[in-house]
Design a protein around this ligand. Structure first.
Ligand code: HEC
Length: 131
C-alpha cells in the first residue's frame, strides 16, 4: 500500500513538472499579439503605402523579386489575421521581411494599433479583388 502511495506521489510530481515546463516554454516564445484584430482600414492603407508598398506593391499585388502578393484571394483565404499580424510584427528571419513592431530591431517602429490597422487593410483587399 505504501509503495502505491509513493508511486502515485511521484506520478503527481512528474505531472506538475510537465505542466510547469510547458508554461515556461510557452512564456519564453510568447508573442504579444492582440486578441481582437480589427482596426481602421483607412489608416492601414496610409501606413501600408508608407511602409509596405515598396516591396508588396500597389493594393498588395506583389512586386517581382521584392515581396510576395498579399492580395491574392487564395492566400487571404488560407491565412488568419493573427498570422498576418505576427508576420508583420515579427518579420521572417532570414528574409527581407523584417520586423515592424516598435522595440524590435527592424527599420519600421510601428505601434501595435498601427499593425492592426495594416492587417485590417490587407484583409479588406479580399473584397476589393472580388469585385
Ligand atoms: C524590404 C521589402 C519588404 C518590406 C518593406 C515589407 N515586406 Fe513583407 N515580405 C517581404 C518578403 C521578401 C516576404 C517573403 C518572406 C518569405 O520568404 O517568407 C514578405 C512576406 C510578408 C508576409 C507573409 C506573406 C506570405 O506569403 O506568407 C506578410 C503578411 C508581409 N510580408 C507583410 C508586410 C507588411 C504589412 C509590410 C509593411 C508594414 C511589409 N510586409 C513590408 C518583403 C518586404
Amino acid at each position: 500500500m505504501k509503495k502505491i502511495l509513493v508511486g502515485l506521489f511521484i506520478l503527481i510530481l512528474i505531472c506538475i513538472g510537465m505542466v510547469l515546463f510547458n508554461e515556461y516554454i510557452l512564456n519564453k516564445n510568447k508573442m504579444d499579439v492582440p486578441k481582437i484584430i480589427s482596426g481602421n482600414t483607412y489608416n492601414g492603407k496610409k501606413l501600408y503605402s508608407l511602409y509596405c508598398l515598396t516591396c508588396h506593391g500597389e493594393n498588395g499585388a506583389g512586386i517581382n523579386k521584392m515581396g510576395p502578393s498579399l492580395a491574392n484571394p487564395q492566400y487571404l483565404k488560407s491565412i488568419t489575421n493573427r498570422q498576418i499580424w505576427i508576420t508583420t510584427a515579427y518579420g521572417r528571419k532570414g528574409t527581407r521581411m523584417g520586423p515592424s513592431l516598435k522595440g524590435l530591431s527592424g527599420a519600421r517602429q510601428l505601434k501595435k494599433e498601427d499593425i492592426t490597422d495594416i492587417v485590417s487593410y490587407i484583409r479588406s483587399l479580399q473584397s476589393i479583388n472580388k469585385k
